[in-house]
Design a protein around this ligand. Structure first.
Ligand code: PLP
Length: 366
């Protein structure tokens, strides 16, 4: 069976370096907010091209804390609205709710899966405070257009970069294209830790300063608490592992791009709709997602051919029990996406022979 994602293979090339830094961290005697975390934050900010990186415990917390930070700065208030794509992974929407704001869902473009920029303006009200574009599957949203709308209405732009580490638009990387950005280092992400992890990038000094306290009980100085903060920190061990993998991120993304280029060129089947790429340079292919009218049939056929696939995501957020208050809203494109998408295996370690097998299986599907 060709696995959808072989995380053991993804991490195997770094094993020797992992063991070396693991021993260093153990020997340091310091395990939370120490020199590994400091170094990672500096290196990741430099990589993204931002002034600041504040590491946190996971990607969901990164997005929640950005909004909490804006609340502490008096820029947002409970009950304010944030515009977010309806077809995102539910974490983007949960972050808005957890921070006490109201998610306002917008339909995507069905071919790119990214937020439909033309549909944003209609949803802006006097309560709207931010747009939260999600660079879904690794492709960047049209950030020029989004920043233009945001500027016109005085809104903040919060990027969800959990699937787009390293992608570039107009020479700028994901994480530096809005006012603040949330990243996840969940093991399966393009830059994945060996556990949970997350980070916020921003050029905003005040926000960065607030976030450094918020993630650590609201405290800049031990036992002095400025805010009602939380405990959401990246640990020294994960920071050390991430530093090793960050050095290789561009080359790992390039390998994903090569796999995607083969799928785009060699897949030829009328039952399979390929994803539309708006800006090839920008795409880091966290996932390679196709659409097909008879997904269950295609998925079981591929399984018989020895190819494991996954659905990202089977149920739209507004159709989840957790968001039953949104169930009466109609998002036909989003629902069409959730009913038809299938993710093919893609990673920086998938063998070329396996890609060939997947392509020929797909091309023979009737
Ligand atoms: C993974 C993911 C998150 C959440 O990250 P965690 O580290 O799992 O909390 C948020 N948004 C998107 C789009 C994601 O894919």
């Amino acid at each position: 069976m060709i696995p959808f994602l072989d995380l053991k293979a993804v991490n195997a090339p770094y094993e020797r370096e992992f063991k070396k830094v693991y021993e260093e961290v153990i020997a340091s005697g310091w395990y939370i907010l120490g020199q590994q975390v400091n170094a990672f934050e500096q290196e990741f900010a430099a990589y993204c091209g931002t002034k600041h990186c504040i590491s946190v415990a996971n990607g969901l917390d990164a997005l929640i804390l950005i909004i909490e930070g804006y609340k502490e700065l008096g820029i947002m208030n409970g009950g304010d609205e944030v515009i977010v794509p309806a077809n995102t992974y539910i974490a983007s929407i949960l972050a808005i709710s957890r921070a006490g704001l109201v998610p306002v869902l917008v339909e995507p473009d069905i071919d790119t899966f990214l937020i439909d920029v033309n549909a944003i303006e209609n949803k802006i009200t006097s309560k709207t405070k931010a747009i939260l574009p999600v660079h879904l599957y690794g492709q960047l949203c049209n950030m020029d257009a989004i920043n233009t709308v945001a500027k016109k209405y005085g809104l903040k732009v919060i990027e969800d970069s959990a699937q787009s580490h390293g992608s570039i638009q107009n020479g700028k990387r994901s994480g530096s294209l809005g006012d603040a950005s949330g990243f996840s280092f969940y093991p399966g992400k393009n830059l994945g830790a060996l556990g949970d992890g997350g980070a916020i990038t921003t050029n905003d000094d005040e926000l960065a300063n607030t976030l450094k306290a918020l993630r650590n009980y609201g405290s800049h100085q031990k036992y002095y608490n400025l805010y009602k903060g939380v405990n959401s920190r990246l640990d020294e061990m994960q920071a050390a592992f991430l530093r090793v993998k960050l050095r290789d991120l561009d080359s790992a993304n390039e390998k994903r791009r090569n796999v995607a280029a083969r799928y785009l060129k060699e897949l030829k089947n009328d039952f399979i709709v390929l994803p539309k790429v708006d800006n090839g340079e920008s795409h880091v292919w966290h996932l390679f997602v196709v659409r097909t009218p008879n997904r269950e049939k295609l998925q079981s056929y591929l399984k018989e051919c020895g190819v494991q696939t996954v659905i990202h995501y089977p149920i739209a957020p507004h159709k989840q029990e957790a968001y039953k208050e949104l169930d009466d809203h109609a998002f036909p494109l989003t629902e069409q996406i959730h009913a038809s998408v299938l993710s093919l295996p893609i990673s920086n370690t998938i063998e070329s022979d396996d890609v060939t097998k997947i392509i020929s299986a797909l091309n023979n599907f009737r």
